[in-house]
Design a protein around this ligand. Structure first.
Ligand SMILES: *Cc1c(COP(=O)(O)O)cnc(C)c1O
Length: 359
């Protein structure tokens, strides 16, 4: 048994040998032609993936950097933070730490964000930005992005900031069609790259808003990103190795075909769903709002989740997640993001079968 524990946790996930190989090319300067060609050469495919005509920016930070950046660049009055799990709940705190007025619109963990409730709040006229986590990784709940985006678009001056960290490239997230002002994601979830790189888009309305704000800071100033991107550069020295990995990953994605990629995630997610029902477990998310990139399983059978995870790790060198924060032990999570195949998902499910029998 090798000491490589294969990760089926909802990020970071397995990085393929070919990605590691792409990242081990010699270093290049970030102000030279080679970097400009690397970044410029990816732009069109990135725009296709984001379904946008806007430039796609690369930030050397984890996703939270851009989450914080969005607040600094876009919130002048007050931000409404939709919360239904660990990642979305945290936005209010982050906004307040950035000196912004913020209010949470909180839903029970496991429930999706309700578009109607968003409309009611925005009707007050108090808010000029909304934050939404598309796919709540802590609970395996996907909120109805298109419906919520349509509601926010009814309010002309309200910016929509969407975190697609654990859904991007696993399901379609069409930025322009939905009118998303800032959409952000990270490298270590469905893109199956090492952590450290965030990708994001900014609408023209959001750039215009940013121009009116004086406390954008420097590192996450969207106008700096825009100015530099025009020369196929980034504001500061980027993580060039991960960007090389991203370039190779885009080759993989477009060789597979976007439609095939989305269909594969759906199919693999279905394999996990079958395991759940066949073994008498339930889903933490309601029907119709279940994530396609991971499954959060309700521990209605009251098994010993830490021991279950440990058996899987010890006997099969596989890591699943034993539940996040306040639902640790009450749930467990299995990811089907990234490069997984029918065969590799079969392996984690077989390991779960074997370990369940040994409890
Ligand atoms: C993982 C995750 C984050 C945090 O991303 P970092 O890269 O750790 O900053 C934020 N939102 C969601 C939905 C996530 O799954």
């Amino acid at each position: 048994m090798s000491d490589h524990i294969r990760l089926y946790i909802p990020g970071p996930i397995e990085v393929s040998p070919s990605s590691f190989e792409a990242m081990s090319t010699p270093m290049i300067g970030h102000r030279g032609k080679e970097f400009q060609e690397l970044y410029g050469g990816m732009q069109e495919r990135l725009q296709t993936l984001f379904e946008t005509k806007q430039p796609v920016f690369l930030s050397t930070s984890s996703a939270w950097g851009i989450m914080e950046g969005s607040l600094r660049n876009l919130v002048a009055k007050k931000v409404l933070c939709c919360g239904n799990g660990a990642f979305s709940d945290k936005w209010v705190d982050v906004a307040q730490r950035c000196g912004k007025q913020a209010e949470g619109l909180m839903f029970e963990w496991g429930q999706p964000v309700d578009p109607e409730a968003v409309r009611e709040k925005l009707n007050s006229g108090e808010f000029d930005a909304v934050t939404l986590v598309h796919n709540e990784t802590s609970t395996g709940v996907t909120s109805p992005l298109a419906e919520i985006a349509a509601v926010v678009r009814e309010f002309e001056d309200v910016m929509l900031i969407v975190d697609t960290v654990s859904s991007f490239s696993a399901v379609p997230t069409p930025v322009d069609a939905l009118g998303i002002d800032v959409m952000l994601t990270g490298s270590q979830k469905a893109l199956a790259l090492p952590p450290g790189l965030a990708l994001f888009t900014v609408s023209d309305a959001a750039f215009a808003r940013a121009e009116t704000l004086n406390d954008r800071g420097y590192y996450f100033d969207f106008l700096e990103f825009k100015k530099n991107q025009e020369k196929n550069m980034t504001p500061s020295t980027p993580c060039i190795h991960t960007i090389n990995g991203l370039s190779a990953k885009l080759d993989d994605i477009f060789n597979e075909g976007l439609g095939n990629r989305y269909a594969r995630h759906e199919r693999l997610n279905g394999l996990v769903a079958d395991w759940v029902t066949n073994n008498g477990f339930e889903f933490f998310a309601p029907e119709g709002f279940r994530s396609k990139s991971l499954t959060c399983i309700k521990n209605n059978r009251e098994i010993d989740v830490p021991r279950f995870s440990q058996l899987i790790r010890k006997n099969h060198s596989i890591a699943i997640n034993g539940g996040y924060g306040k639902i640790k032990g009450l749930t467990f999570r299995v990811s089907n993001m990234g490069n997984e195949t029918d065969e590799t998902m079969g392996e984690v499910l077989a390991a779960m079968d074997d370990s369940l029998a040994k409890l």
